[in-house]
Design a protein around this ligand. Structure first.
Ligand code: DX5
Ligand code: ZN
Length: 219
């Protein structure tokens, strides 16, 4: 199986963001992962819809927008207008998961739920058949460049099993601390799509690193 790589522009050089996004196309990135942080849900601030809109014309790669916000549903429309192809919202902040999912999907884009490392999988049991992707955080959200939490390997396998039992086609995305060192283990546990921030952008050749990561993680 060929895995998907979603480089996170949180780790890009913001003084040359346009060029960095173009490099992702050269490396054959499957999606551009855009980490939106609100300073409440996570202890950091990043960027909003204006930045998404500014970089949208630079590439045809789908934009995968990860909203680390207390009130993500209030911004879904703005991010769609800015060019999001999929929107990920954290299950921890939403009282009506099915309603949120339906809202996003009815706008004609893909919908995903994210779970922090300590959030149990069972919160998603009754939406598994409708959701397009599930993002498992493998670090505590808020910052790039953190270490992968080893206990998440078991969580990935358990999610894979739950999806299989529920007959769900949702893909498993894993986000945080992914590098050439651990990507194989993570995909063997069941991940289909890997977010990679610092491991891609801290090298001198991000496009080559995307290909290396994909090869290392694919079976
Ligand atoms: C963390 C973000 C991640 C992060 C990944 O809050 O959701 O997407 O930027 O960065 P690395 O790959 O450096 O852990
Ligand atoms: Zn992310």
């Amino acid at each position: 199986m060929v895995i998907k790589i979603a480089p996170s522009i949180l780790a890009a050089d913001f003084t040359r963001l346009g060029e960095e996004v173009s490099l992702l196309e050269k490396g054959g990135a499957d999606m551009v992962h855009i980490d939106v942080m609100d300073g409440h849900y996570v202890p950091n601030l990043s960027f909003g819809p204006m930045v998404v809109k500014a970089i949208r014309p630079l590439t045809n790669i789908p934009f995968d927008v990860h909203l680390m916000m207390d009130n993500p549903m209030e911004f879904v429309d703005e991010f769609i207008e800015a060019g999001a192809d999929s929107i990920t919202v954290h299950a921890e902040v939403l009282p009506h998961l099915h309603r949120s999912l339906t809202y996003i999907k009815n706008k004609g884009i893909q919908a995903a739920f994210a779970l922090n490392p300590s959030t149990p999988l069972c919160v998603l049991d009754y939406v598994l058949q409708d959701v397009d992707m599930i993002l498992l955080m493998s670090v505590n959200p808020g910052f790039g460049g953190q270490e992968f939490i080893p206990g998440m390997l078991q969580k990935i396998s358990e999610l894979k099993e739950r999806l299989f039992k529920a007959n769900s086609n949702a893909i498993i995305q894993v986000d945080g601390g992914i590098s050439l060192k651990n990507i194989r283990q993570v995909t063997e546990a069941g991940a289909d799509c890997l977010v990679a921030g610092s491991s891609v952008f801290s090298t001198s050749d991000p496009a080559a690193m995307i290909r290396l990561l994909r090869d290392a993680g694919s079976k």
